[in-house]
Design a protein around this ligand. Structure first.
Ligand code: SAH
Length: 337
């Protein structure tokens, strides 16, 4: 099977049409139909002759099929998309006043097995190809009939375990779909050496690191992979990222009642982040069936925020969208397979 055309640049598509004996201007047409006109197959591209489209019937553009779609009361739309080999992934479109954010998956399942995460409980199948990442953004853009403004790699999977395809997808989304690199956030739980390698790619994306604990022992209880990556080493690599890219890092911190949400945890976290060009994003735990953690009360959340602010740490609280409709991340897929 030849590689799907989605994910290729204008130059690559032009070379491809030429190799098929077509004039080079056909490359530009193909490019526009794939990235702007929403072509799902070569058969859709009516500026090409019928005879040629038939001759090229074996060529796949690389688009997914819609398996299931749920519209939440707040306008968030969750999609289950079926890939060419039948695997199912989750993608979310999140509209707000001036934005349309897409939450994309980078793997089918995830091998990191974080204890609070529905995807982690379901095991790992495979990495996504570049076109399978780009397709998610085009699918949401077409369904909303509105340009996507922001992308977060916060769906299924650990993007830095699929770094080559993730970086290639980011470059394509920026160059061919027209999304600013600064409007793209890559969220990682951390893979030794990979944050440094990402910095070397010289992208202007925002790095978000899933810290979730204020010390190594606590982190290890939640995140098995942390055993091979001590908190201090992870933080050092994040400091290098800031130095190499000039971009501040976001630290994500899930609040789990009675576990990591105490004022002492806030103080310990602030100690680690003192003088660090960063920002803390608190995520009140989103309950999943497979674990029995609790979401903290509003009062504990406010107290945690105040403890950080008092120590001059920049902090925001992120409330998950689309709750209620099988909603926590990864749960829609678990319930609909
Ligand atoms: N593998 C990447 C992307 C994962 S999903 C990473 O670990 O960062 C994006 C964020 O959602 C991560 O911070 C992840 O820890 C968080 N998350 C996973 N399960 C959650 C839950 N049940 N409640 C709240 N946040 C959750």
């Amino acid at each position: 099977m030849p590689a799907p055309l989605l994910g290729k640049s204008l130059e690559e598509l032009t070379e491809w049409v030429q190799a098929q004996g077509q004039p080079s201007y056909r490359g530009k047409q193909l490019y526009q139909w794939i990235y702007q006109q929403g072509a799902r197959s070569l058969q859709d591209i009516t500026v090409f002759s019928k005879a040629w489209r038939q001759a090229m019937a074996h060529i796949d553009l690389g688009r997914s099929a819609l398996h299931h779609r749920v519209v939440a009361s707040d306008g968030t739309i969750k999609y289950l998309l079926r890939l060419a080999d039948g695997q199912i992934i989750e993608t979310v479109g999140i509209p707000s006043a001036k934005r349309l954010t897409v939450c994309v998956s980078s793997q089918v399942g995830c091998p990191m097995a974080c204890d609070f995460c529905a995807t982690g409980k379901g095991g790992f199948m495979r990495n996504l190809a570049t076109h399978e990442i780009v397709d998610q953004v085009l699918t949401v853009q077409e369904d909303f009939g509105q340009r996507v403004s922001h992308i977060v790699f916060m769906g299924m999977g650990e993007p830095l375990l699929n770094a080559a395809n993730t970086v290639a997808a980011i470059r394509c989304l920026n160059r061919d779909v027209g999304i600013g690199q600064r409007a793209i956030t890559l969220s990682t739980v951390g893979v030794p050496g990979r944050i440094r390698a990402l910095a070397a790619e010289q992208l202007q994306v925002t790095l978000a690191v899933s810290l979730h604990a204020s010390n190594q022992a606590q982190r290890l209880r939640l995140i098995p992979s942390a055993g091979a990556y001590p908190l201090e080493v992870l933080l050092d690599e994040c400091r290098e990222y800031v130095q190499l890219t000039g971009r501040r890092v976001t630290f994500e911190y899930i609040l789990l009642a009675g576990l990591n949400d105490q004022p002492t945890n806030a103080a310990e976290l602030a100690q680690h982040l003192r003088g660090f060009q960063s920002h803390v994003n608190l995520i009140p735990y989103n309950p999943i069936d497979e674990a029995d953690y609790q979401r903290p009360s509003e009062v504990s959340i406010r107290t945690f925020v105040a403890e950080l602010e008092k120590r001059k740490i920049a902090v925001t609280v992120r409330y998950s969208r689309g709750l209620g409709e099988n909603a926590a991340c990864g749960q829609l897929r678990a319930s609909r397979r």
